[in-house]
Ligand binder design. Structure first.
Ligand SMILES: NC(=O)c1ccc[n+]([C@@H]2O[C@H](COP(=O)([O-])OP(=O)(O)OC[C@H]3O[C@@H](n4cnc5c(N)ncnc54)[C@H](OP(=O)(O)O)[C@@H]3O)[C@@H](O)[C@H]2O)c1
Length: 310
């Protein structure tokens, strides 16, 4: 009996070790891949002539627009404020020599897609970055204390991803080539209390993206969901950058190196490490009242002290 018990414990121990070994192997690919198998310089341009970026006038979308133009693509920037789009477009054209087309659209509305479709007609689109997104409440808060912007949030964070993908994927399928980057969030990787609505919309983006990649990978199309944590942008009230909080430019440069790692990435090593550490915290701890109260107080204080919040 004692011998069987010993063998059972050894077996359980071995399985636990194997589980963590597999996690380590999976994790190591994030830095090994960049050293052993970096993407060729021509990779992004080989997808097609144009890249379309939503929410491109500022923050992460603006950084993707610059970076993909540096890789030789022409850029379609879609965003809300025309003056910002014009200024960024001029900067990109002057510094990279790429062509830039701008489309003014508000993704909280549902009637913008006919106009976008017409404006994209005839372009060979190789890359789509579904970047546009908004946060319901910048400071953590309970659902009922947050603003009533539910429909706007759903249109902007969910419908935009689905509808832009529908507009562009069909041509990619015909050409059997294309890259779609869907910008979700670290808050979409698990149900995140005090950001319930934002977290849920971003979880949709993760699920949609991974299911779609399974459907279309055989057709030569790469679909990746990017789940960053903190980035200094207007959305985060230009929170001070540090080892974890990246600038949009730093983040986008690094995230493009991770395009080949699989259907999901945090986009940079620091956030990948953070995600793995958070995975170790049992969910009963995260969802306890005590943890939520601590998070509410400390996160609010931190954000107030480190960002341009009025
Ligand atoms: N920043 C972070 O820490 C962080 C972390 C994880 C995930 N994300 C995700 O990354 C994406 C980009 O975030 P960000 O921080 O760069 O955002 P941001 O700073 O708020 O905005 C970037 C751009 O999106 C445009 N935009 C916002 N709402 C729009 C709308 N309804 N219609 C059209 N354009 C709109 C803005 O337009 P205007 O030019 O008019 O201002 C701006 O040009 C989002 O999906 C966000 O959820 C961000």
């Amino acid at each position: 009996m004692g011998e069987i018990q010993d063998q059972l414990f050894i077996l359980i121990g071995a399985l636990v070790c194997l589980k963590y070994l597999l996690k380590c192997v999976k994790f190591s690919k994030y830095f090994l891949l960049r050293l052993w198998n970096p993407l060729p310089k021509s990779f992004f341009r080989s997808m097609g002539e144009w890249a379309v970026i939503t929410g491109a006038g500022d923050g992460i979308g603006k950084a993707y627009s610059y970076e993909l133009a540096k890789h030789g693509l022409n850029i379609v920037m879609i965003s809300r404020t025309l003056e910002k789009l014009q200024a960024v477009a001029k900067g990109i054209e002057q510094t990279t020599g790429s062509q830039v087309k701008i489309i003014q659209a508000d993704f909280t509305k549902d009637d913008i897609y006919e106009n976008i479709k017409e404006s994209l007609q005839g372009l060979e689109i190789g890359i789509l970055v579904n970047n546009v997104g908004m946060v319901h409440n910048y400071l953590p808060s309970h659902f009922l204390s947050g603003p009533d912007k539910i429909q706007n949030l759903i249109h902007c964070n969910i419908s935009s991803v689905v509808k832009m993908t529908r507009l562009i994927l069909r041509d990619m399928e015909i050409r059997r080539k294309g890259l779609i980057l869907n910008i979700s969030s670290g808050a979409g990787r698990f149900p995140c209390p005090l950001y319930s609505l934002y977290s849920s919309t971003k979880a949709f983006v993760c699920t949609f993206s991974k299911a779609l990649q399974a459907e279309y990978k055989e057709k030569g199309i790469i679909i990746q969901v990017v789940t960053p944590y903190s980035i200094s942008t207007p959305m985060t009230k230009h929170i001070n950058p540090n080892k974890i909080t990246k600038t949009a430019d730093e983040f986008v440069k690094e995230s493009l190196d991770f395009v080949a790692v699989g259907d999901e990435t945090c986009g940079c090593l620091a956030h990948e490490i953070l995600a793995h550490l958070l995975d170790f915290i049992p969910s009963w701890v995260i969802y306890s009242d005590l943890a939520q109260n601590i998070f509410l107080i400390h996160c609010t204080n931190y954000l107030k002290q480190n960002s341009n919040i009025q």
